[in-house]
Design a protein around this ligand. Structure first.
Ligand code: ZN
Length: 196
């Protein structure tokens, strides 16, 4: 039994993270920073301690990601400059299976492919971005255990996108200047319209 003081078991975390579970009242939807916020341009810090704050942050990030109908979120997108990412491709389905990775690194990659990408920090703007088709990702989970994942296609893309965030990079940095400036203008126009 978890009284909130002892170590949290992975199953308990995943139950609590199920957005359809009654436990969702413990989580909050956090405001997502947009691409003009300097926190998204700063390289995130390595996480030294996995503590309850980090577990709570992960739960809030997952709630925030599902609420925004995203498939991934990096901690700096909610203003925390730490190396933590969340990815879940199952946002549309019944089954939620969020992956939480602390201090993720890409340890192998192969073959490049072009595919469409968007970002919760740059709403309504999409572009084709070249990424590795397959990646191996290593990191640790919320229990501090080593994890190693192999991902391909869209999951591989999601990992690369989120891990770029941790480096202070945005997906349009991968594009040529003309295309990037066009997308920036589009984003600013959308932002202005939303504020009117
Ligand atoms: Zn993004």
């Amino acid at each position: 039994m978890d009284d909130g003081l002892g170590p949290v078991m992975p199953d308990a975390i995943f139950t609590a993270l199920d957005p359809f579970s009654i436990n969702r009242s413990f989580m909050s939807v956090l405001p997502i920073k947009n691409c003009l916020d300097p926190v998204l341009r700063k390289k995130c810090d390595l996480i030294q301690n996995i503590n309850q704050n980090l577990v709570d942050l992960s739960a809030d990030m997952i709630e925030t990601m599902y609420n925004a109908r995203g498939v991934g979120l990096a901690a700096n997108q909610v203003g925390v400059s730490s190396r933590l990412i969340i990815v879940d491709l199952g946002f549309d389905g019944e089954k939620h299976d969020p992956l939480i990775i602390v201090n993720p690194v890409i340890t192998a990659s192969e073959e490049e492919v072009l595919g469409q990408e968007g970002c919760l920090s740059i709403p309504e703007v999409f572009a084709d971005v070249k990424r590795f088709k397959r990646v191996e990702v290593k990191g640790v989970d919320l229990d501090g255990k080593d994890i190693r994942l192999e991902a391909d296609d869209f999951l591989a893309r999601a990992f690369q996108h989120e891990m770029d965030h941790l480096e202070g990079k945005l997906f349009w940095d991968m594009l040529g200047k003309v295309k990037r400036d066009m997308l920036k203008r589009k984003f600013k126009k959308i932002l202005k319209e939303a504020q009117e």
